[in-house]
Design a binder for this molecule. Sequence first.
Ligand SMILES: NC(=O)C[C@H](N)C(=O)O
Length: 398
Amino acid sequence: MSMSSSSSFFQLHSLPEETTYEIHDDSRDVSHSQFRIRYRSNSIVSGTSETSTNFDTLPTIKVIGTGGTIASKGSTAHQTAGYEVDLTIEDLVHSIPDLSTTCILEYEQLLNIDSKEFGTKELLMLYEKIQTDLPKYDGIVITHGTDTMEETAFFLQLTINTYKPIVMCGSMRPSTAISSDGPMNLYQACVIAATRESRGRGVLIALNDRIGSGYYITKSNANSLDTFKSIGQGYVGNFVDNEIHYYYPAAKPLGMTYFNLQLPLSEVELPEVPVIYAHQGLNNKLIEVTVRELNAKGLVIATMGAGSLSDATNQFLADLVQNIGFPFPIIYAKRSMDGRVPLGALPKVRNDELSDPQTFDSAIAGGYLNPQKARILLQLCLNDRYDLNEIKKVFKGV
Ligand SMILES: NC(=O)C[C@H](N)C(=O)O
């Protein structure tokens, strides 16, 4: 079937903004002629894929490279650890098969780092790039390391309010490995971004033939290809034999708050919010030293179950916030991969020996969020100067 002559699901360029509820379409892109690359400028870091297809009917997709294993090379075909970032986004775009009848690809190298090197500065760079590009493109693809992809996806989900697809992808094997998963993941991410049915679903993560919600999904396995999971919420769709299948109509997670980042971004510095990982015999001194030394504005605790910390730690936290001198939110998140910390799990402590035990004001339930995502949400709340009650309201929805 010729893509240009059908009303196939790959053509979204001039479609209206409203969400559609078609779940799947059997049309396929079966043509595989090579696309040609046209350079937008003399720069080696950006380019456009050009074909003789009618540009007016094809969606334009921007691919933003940030590095990660997908952009890495090892020294042997069996090396799957200890490799280095060594490929450009141009190399990656050249490694995928024909998309000439699907979309017009443009690409740009924003960063080329392992995702462990991401911090606020890098998040804000990416945020700014996407905000600048979004009006000009129909969808955005971001190549990114998998280790912290979920954090970037969550941050973008909360700060970029768009119906256009933002699709993140990466790989678990470097480009030099046997059966490297990078090219397929990038290919699928581009097709997903160019597809009408991907609209209105928030930030998506495309890996290993699965499409997940960047809001919920987490990296569950340090090594294997089938790593991104959100057990409770599931995937939103999959990609098989060049067909995208969404399981549900387009929707974004419920209870989400959007945050507007104030310009200029160079002056945005997200408040310090450390994460403490709880375990048997946790030494409360660690909490005190961390909060004091970092001048933390809030804290996330990866609790042992659904908000479970020892009585001594709960009492220690309640006393700590009394001494801090300003409202100090503490998010009770969970170290388990799945499940939630409900409001009812928050601890009850005594203010003094005579009073009845009650939940102390700073304790906030982290809901479904894992500690790394709870940290980002709390940072965004604090950055917007939310008070404790407002922060509680935000976390009630998650
Ligand atoms: N699979 C990966 O991409 C892991 C890599 N260390 C990264 O996150 O950048």
